[in-house]
Design a protein. Structure first.
Length: 476
């Protein structure tokens, strides 16, 4: 009787031990492969390092963001007057990537530079960036300017890939199709905004996609010059034009108590504001502008942009389904909720929070968010633009607005076009349906197998104890 029951006791401890998580044990015993994307936007550059298990290179649903690095300074296009600085500005982030990726993986790690359609000066600065990128130990595969439609589609792929809306792991180690629809993507960058979603409207212009054996009809459209930075420049340009280009004027979108001086070139040096330039244009002429903090007038200025033929002349299908709003959409709404302590869950909520921000003085804004001083003057105009863009521009109403989730990340991975761009270039998304590949790393499988064996042994020992107890002389 002693031996089987002692075995039962030890087996129970073994099964409990195997079922406990071990913080000191690695989650995956396999090695990793890596990919790097430089997101060269109109106003800044960011470097992303992605990773996936080495034995899963041709599978899907397993790529995650290892790390990211914001390049100091402006976008590559801002170095047009000093091209050598464009390459040297990348050094710190490239060094960080070298430290993140194991040395034995450097030579086989693809490095891509992607630029959005708004970055017009890539070809000028690119000649000076190339040496810095080719000198890295990575497999540099060149640079490419994305069209606005590609930017929208890659952002849509990224969002749905991370949300496992295409395929997901089944607990038995098979890929399964989740029974849920894809989510639309709303992106607001520095130079443009994109809306991308799967549409059931057969009359709507759509891009046919085939992913994981499934067909998708995806509508996507990009509005150049309607990104955050260009909207702010155009608002200033319209104010200057309305004042007959006076060099001292007020701005209803800036808070009371705030003023700034800037050269004409900082507003009219962009192709998006070139049509607003004065007849006698002096780029170095200094403008002195002070805030008047008028929420209603600021909203009128923002509405004027959306009434232009560039936007109003584009027919959009009705929005349907869930949406993920990221980039400047997320940052704007996140700021409003943080400062006003309001939850933005409807167009009215967004409008009310915007009005509250626009009526705050410069001193009040500084007190509320002192770490954001550089960006504080721009939240009133951007909040008005975001509010009007979502409702009048993209057509969200009280009902469909509830389907928007304002997110910066999905899990630990940033939402944007960079991951979708890399997946496309490395052929990590198959057109056909995923097979029955094992979806769990070796470590968890071994632990599960040992746990099942231990359970069987426990059951056998329990049976032996019970049988021994019944056959022992004198037992009841």
């Amino acid at each position: 009787f002693f031996t089987p029951c002692l075995y039962l006791h030890l087996s129970l401890h073994l099964s409990i031990f195997l079922s406990r998580p071990h913080s000191s044990s690695p989650v995956c015993l396999c090695s990793w492969q890596y990919g790097i994307v430089l997101d060269a936007g109109s106003s800044h550059t960011a470097l992303f390092v992605y990773q996936w298990p080495a034995d899963k290179e041709n599978e899907t649903g397993i790529v995650s963001q290892h790390s990211m690095c914001d390049v100091q300074g402006g976008g590559i296009s801002s170095y047009a007057d000093n091209p050598p600085a464009a390459g040297s500005s990348l050094k710190a982030c490239l060094d960080q990537a070298k430290a993140a990726v194991p040395a034995e993986r450097h030579a086989e790690t693809p490095l891509h530079l992607g630029a959005t359609a708004g970055m017009r000066l890539l070809n000028v600065s690119w000649r000076r960036c190339r040496p810095a990128l080719r000198e890295t130990p990575f497999d540099f595969r060149g640079a490419r300017i994305l069209s606005g439609e590609e930017e929208g589609l890659f952002g849509w792929v990224t969002a749905n890939y991370l949300m496992e809306n295409f395929v997901k792991y089944g607990w038995v180690g098979r890929w399964v199709r989740p029974k849920r629809a894809t989510a639309g993507a709303l992106d607001l960058g520095g130079a443009s905004t994109q809306i991308t979603f799967e549409t059931p409207d057969p009359a709507a212009p759509a891009v046919p996609l085939r992913l994981y054996g499934q067909r998708f009809r995806v509508f996507t459209h990009s509005f150049l010059c309607f990104g955050r930075d260009q909207v702010l420049k155009r608002l200033l340009g319209h104010l200057l034009k309305a004042s007959s280009f006076r060099l001292a004027l007020s701005n209803p979108c800036w808070p009371r108590g705030f003023s700034r001086s800037f050269p004409m070139e900082s507003v009219f040096g962009s192709p998006c504001t070139a049509p607003l330039r004065p007849p006698n244009y002096f780029p170095s002429a200094l403008v002195n502008m002070s805030g008047s903090g008028n929420a209603g007038q600021c909203r009128e200025q923002a509405a004027r942009l959306l009434a232009s033929q560039d936007f109003a002349g584009t027919a959009l299908p009705n929005v349907t389904g869930r949406f993920i709003a990221f980039s400047a959409f997320f940052y704007t709404v996140d700021f409003l909720q943080s400062v006003t302590k309001r939850r933005v869950a409807s167009p009215k909520d967004l409008e009310d929070a915007t009005e509250e921000i626009c009526n705050m003085t410069w001193a009040q804004l500084l007190h509320a968010e002192p770490r954001m001083e550089r960006f504080l003057p721009d939240y009133c105009p951007m909040a008005n633009f975001v509010s009007l863009l979502l409702t009048r521009g993209y057509g969200f109403d009280e009902t469909t607005f509830l389907d928007i989730a304002f997110q910066k990340k999905a899990g630990e991975t940033s939402i944007g076009w960079a991951l979708g761009f890399m997946l496309n270039l490395t052929n990590m998304i198959p057109a056909e349906e995923a097979g029955s590949w094992r979806a769990t790393a070796p470590g968890p499988w071994v632990g599960l197998l040992l746990l099942l064996v231990a359970i069987l042994l426990v059951a056998a020992a329990a049976s032996a104890c019970l049988l021994r107890g019944r056959t022992t002389p004198g037992a009841l």
